[in-house]
Design a protein around this ligand. Structure first.
Ligand code: EPU
Length: 352
């Protein structure tokens, strides 16, 4: 383990926030995690594990150990097994593997499962934590197993999908912050199994390839998703952002009913027996925030759910804007927005 002192974290968070870590180390194997754990224990210092840094707001220099997840191997079944193994197969990827690279490679092999989750920034290890989801598919649909290192106890263990308590942008990992995901096993299927219920996907497949959505290959679905994401969402490499800044709020059926009467265009999706999920982007958009700019922060011009910043903004600038939007939405719609990315100050995580 090679420990560094006072390392700037700007390259390691997609909001490009200019803060430092008191200590910094790249994690290349389980043994690095064990040594890092001992270091934090001996020094009595807090720790923070960074993956792609695409779901993180750092508001201050971090006075502890920042670990960069760099375990980045992926284990595909060998090609000659492809014929003999069943249509469904498992692939294992370590936590530091780039998410979209895994998706691209699965699609290139003709495998279905991950294609709707194309172009989501970040690494494999972050994916189960928030149960990443897009265009009608959530990670839980193809995840089999997660390998975990418990930073409190030093134990390693495996969790089956059914024990991950997956929900909308939620999992057991959000309630056990000392659990570090080290490897994830996915179940994929050779051949076309297009998930095209999300309206815009079918239309985009048809307009890009002339193919009927029901016959689309994983590559055609991936191309459509990439096309849509590029048209709506800013590339974090060019415009610092963390994707959706708020979760889509879930309200009761009666609250949805009341809101829909008042706001006829309200975008809401029924959830089985659990009320309705509202499109937070629509709520924020109605209040005129889309394209808003103030100083170094703003709201993306094509998607009101995404806050953007200039590259010199501070975490506080971003959170101040988020708070103002949250208050505005609560005042006009009576709906409480919940922040999606994780927030950290100098000693650890906090919540808005
Ligand atoms: N809408 C507006 N104005 C806006 C944004 C959205 O009117 O500024 C409306 C759209 O017209 C549409 C509805 O709201 O009718 C939903 O919009 P969209 O399809 O863009 O999806 P979303 O609910 O805003 C969620 C995820 C995204 C994911 C998309 C596609 C959350 C918090 N966000 O956004 O995930 O890509 O669905 O499945 O669930 C992310 O998590 O970072 C992310 C980008």
């Amino acid at each position: 383990m090679e420990l560094q002192r006072r390392v700037n974290l700007k390259p390691y968070n997609t909001l490009s926030l200019n803060v430092e870590a008191a200590y910094f180390v790249a994690i290349n194997c389980l043994d690095d995690l064990r040594q890092a754990r001992k270091f934090c224990h001996d020094k009595c210092c807090p720790w923070l594990l960074i993956g792609g840094g695409s779901n993180l707001v750092l508001t201050q220099d971090f006075e502890g150990l920042v670990m960069l997840m760099a375990m980045d191997q992926v284990f595909w079944p060998v090609e000659k097994e492809k014929q003999s193994i069943s249509k469904t197969f498992s692939v294992n990827a370590q936590a530091g593997y780039e998410w979209d690279l895994l998706v691209a490679e699965s699609v290139a092999r003709g495998a279905s499962g991950l294609e709707n989750l194309s172009l989501i920034p970040g690494q494999v290890g972050a994916a189960p934590i928030q149960n990443i989801g897009a265009y009608g598919v959530e990670l839980k649909h193809c995840l089999e197993l997660v390998q975990v290192f418990n930073f409190d106890t030093g134990d390693t263990f495996e969790l089956a999908a059914k024990d991950c308590e997956f929900g909308y942008r939620d999992s057991v990992f959000k309630r056990n912050r000392s659990w570090i995901v080290t490897q994830v096993q996915f179940s994929l299927t050779y051949g076309n199994q297009p998930q095209v219920s999300y309206g815009i996907i079918a239309d985009t497949i048809m307009s890009l390839s002339g193919e009927l959505a029901a016959n689309a290959s994983p590559q055609q679905v991936r191309d459509a998703v990439i096309h849509i994401r590029r048209s709506k969402l800013p590339d974090p490499k060019k415009v610092p952002n963390v994707g959706s800044f708020f979760k889509n709020p879930i309200v009761s059926d009666s609250q949805k009913q009341k809101l829909a009467q008042q706001w006829p265009g309200l975008v809401a999706y029924a959830i089985d027996g659990k009320g309705h999920k509202l499109a937070a982007g629509w709520l924020i958009d109605q209040l005129g925030w889309k394209g808003f700019k103030q100083g170094d922060v703003g709201v993306h011009e094509h998607q009101a759910l995404v806050l953007v910043c200039s590259g010199v903004a501070t975490g506080k600038d971003v959170l101040d804007l988020a708070q103002t939007i949250k208050v505005d939405v609560a005042k006009k719609f009576g709906v409480t927005l919940e922040v999606e990315p994780r927030l950290f100050d100098n000693r650890g995580e906090f919540y808005l």
